[in-house]
Design a protein around this ligand. Structure first.
Ligand code: HXC
Length: 260
């Protein structure tokens, strides 16, 4: 399948999606959204694919934000009536139960930072820069940034970044808990694909359940989250992959997974 604004490549059991509007620093317009929705749905439906990596084409940017040129003349009523930005969450976050990684290779600003934070975790190149500069355009984050950034780095840093528009470099982002790991720029995609292959090699149902559990920590109180975790754990003990995983450990060999 070929797309106008992204490229999609399968590396064994890993889907590599690259935002491909480098002339606009991979700004996120409606076509990018439609292409991503399609690519993510294909990934989710393909039993041969276990993890997805999202990165940006070009030397400078993961994505420099929602496309300002597309939004500049749009009437407020259209933003509301179209529920503008809702489909990013419903399709890329809610509908994607398999794990995916954002490999941030440069600017991740505004909607670009918000898109990266929709991923299950972020791997950052040493050139990555994160920010929510929407305030300088007279607006504010609209794709979950004020919520996800605050949960990731805490109120003080999130508030400072949203109110000043200041960017955070890779070192600070790692120190603050926004990114899982920093990778040398030139190795970023290969490292992310390797990490994704590790995940794709795990028992598929356990991968989805682990993702669901960690996400529950964001969405529930501790008591409910711990109960939710325990119930999901108990369900996993009924799978064939649990029997295989524990047997393989005892027999000192690699497990062979069935996804059930
Ligand atoms: C559309 C963009 C863009 C964007 C960059 N470009 N960001 N086009 N939307 N978000 C385009 C520029 O217009 C330019 O096109 C080309 O990409 C290269 O950008 P330059 O500015 O020339 O590059 P540089 O000088 O290196 O500066 C890089 C930059 C700057 C610091 C990242 O581009 C920048 O500040 N971009 C905007 C970042 C931003 O505000 N993002 C948040 C958007 S709002 P031409 O054709 O001139 O060569 C958002 C959510 C809003 O995401 C929610 C509202 C409801």
């Amino acid at each position: 399948m070929s797309y106008e604004t992204i490229t999609v490549e399968q590396r064994d059991n890993v889907t590599l999606v690259t935002l491909n509007r480098p002339q606009a620093l991979n700004a996120l317009n409606s076509s990018v959204l439609e292409d991503l929705i399609d690519a993510f749905a294909a990934f989710e439906a393909d039993d041969g694919q276990g993890c997805l990596v999202l990165t940006g084409a070009g030397e400078k940017a993961f994505a420099a934000g929602a496309d300002i040129k597309e939004m500049a003349d749009k009437p407020a009523a259209d933003f509301y009536n179209e529920d503008f930005f809702a489909r990013w969450t419903s399709h890329l976050v809610k509908a994607t139960r398999k794990p995916w990684i954002a490999a941030v290779n440069g600017f991740a600003l505004g909607g670009g930072c918000e898109l990266a934070m929709m991923a299950d975790f972020i791997l950052a190149s040493d050139k990555a820069k994160f920010g929510q500069p929407e305030i300088k355009l007279g607006v504010a984050p609209g794709m979950g940034g004020s919520q996800r950034l605050t949960r990731a780095v805490g109120k003080a840093k999130a508030m400072e970044m949203c109110l000043t528009g200041r960017m955070m470099g890779a070192e600070e982002a790692e120190r603050s808990g926004l990114v899982a790991r920093i990778v040398p720029h030139e190795d970023l995609v290969e490292d992310a694909v390797k990490t994704a292959k590790t995940i794709a090699g795990m028992p598929p149902m356990a991968a989805k359940v682990n993702k669901e559990m960690v996400n529950a920590a964001y969405e529930t109180f501790l008591d409910q989250g711990v109960l939710h975790e325990r119930r999901l754990f108990q369900i996993l003990t009924a799978t064939e992959d649990k029997v295989e995983g524990m047997t393989a450990f005892i027999e000192k060999r690699e497990g062979e997974w069935k996804g059930k």
